[in-house]
Design a protein. Structure first.
Length: 240
C-alpha cells in the first residue's frame, strides 16, 4: 500500500506532467515562459546578491534559482522522478518522499503562477518592473503567492532536517548507481545538488528566514500598489 508521501508525490508529478505537456505542445508558450523565468531569475539574483557572495549560502541560492525556479525545461527530471517513485518509496524514508513532493508542488505552482502572469503581460513589450508588478497585482492571487513562499521555506526546512541524517544520506548514495544505470541521471543530480547545498550551510534557519522576510515584503509591496519594489533585474552585477 502506498504511503501518504508517495501518494502526494505522484499527485504533484501528474500536475507537473500536465504543465510540461502544455509547454511541449506550444513553442510560443515555452518561449514566453523561458523569457519570464529568466527575468525572474535575474530578480532573484539581485535580491539575494549578498547571500550569493557568502560561501555558506551560495550553493543554496543557486539551487533555488536554477533547480526549483529558473528558466528551462524540467520535463526530463520530472519524468525520471515519476518512473523511479516505486524505487524511491523502498529506499528513502517517508519524510524524504514528502520533502520531494513539496519541492515538486513548489515547481508546479511556480509554473502555474507564471502562466497567469503571462496572460496579463504584453508578449512584445520588454519586461520591466512596473509591468511585472501590474500583471502580478492584476492576477490578484495572494493565497497562491503566500503558498509559494511557504513552500520555499517548508521545503528548505525539510531538506535541512534530512541532510543531517546519515540514513537519508546513505539511501541517496545507494540510489546513485541504479539511477545512472536506469537513465535517471537528471533526477539523481537534482537530489544530490539539493542535499549538498543544504548540508554545506550547516544550518539553514537564518537563510530561510531571510528568504521568507524578503519575499513576503516584495509580495506585500506589489499587492499594495508599489510599482518599483526592487531594481530592474538587468542592473544585476555578477558577484565577485
Amino acid at each position: 500500500m502506498a504511503s501518504a508521501g508517495e501518494n502526494e508525490l505522484v499527485r504533484q508529478l501528474q500536475r507537473a506532467k500536465e504543465l510540461h505537456d502544455q509547454r511541449a505542445a506550444n513553442p510560443t508558450l515555452a518561449a514566453a515562459l523561458d523569457r519570464l523565468a529568466a527575468w525572474q531569475a535575474g530578480r532573484l539574483k539581485r535580491t539575494y546578491a549578498d547571500l550569493a557572495r557568502d560561501p555558506r549560502y551560495a550553493a543554496a541560492i543557486t539551487f533555488f534559482s536554477s533547480d526549483l525556479y529558473g528558466p528551462g525545461d524540467f520535463s526530463r527530471r520530472d519524468a525520471d522522478l515519476a518512473r523511479v517513485v516505486p524505487l524511491m518509496s523502498r529506499m528513502l524514508p517517508e519524510g524524504v518522499l514528502a520533502t520531494i513532493a513539496g519541492a515538486m508542488e513548489l515547481s508546479a505552482l511556480s509554473q502555474e503562477l507564471d502562466r497567469a502572469l503571462l496572460q496579463r503581460l504584453d508578449a512584445i513589450v520588454p519586461l520591466s518592473v512596473p509591468a511585472y508588478c501590474d500583471a502580478y497585482r492584476a492576477v490578484d492571487d495572494r493565497p497562491s503567492r503566500a503558498r509559494q513562499i511557504a513552500l520555499i521555506v517548508s521545503s528548505g526546512r525539510a531538506l535541512d532536517r534530512y541532510v543531517g541524517k546519515p540514513l537519508a544520506r546513505s539511501a541517496l548514495a545507494a540510489m546513485r548507481r541504479p539511477a545512472r544505470i536506469a537513465g535517471f541521471s537528471a533526477l539523481q543530480d537534482f537530489l544530490e545538488r539539493g542535499f549538498a547545498a543544504f548540508r554545506g550551510m550547516r544550518g539553514a534557519d537564518e537563510f530561510l528566514a531571510i528568504i521568507e522576510a524578503r519575499e513576503t515584503s516584495i509580495m506585500e509591496a506589489i499587492l499594495g500598489g508599489d510599482r518599483a519594489p526592487f531594481p530592474e533585474p538587468g542592473d544585476v552585477a555578477t558577484p565577485s
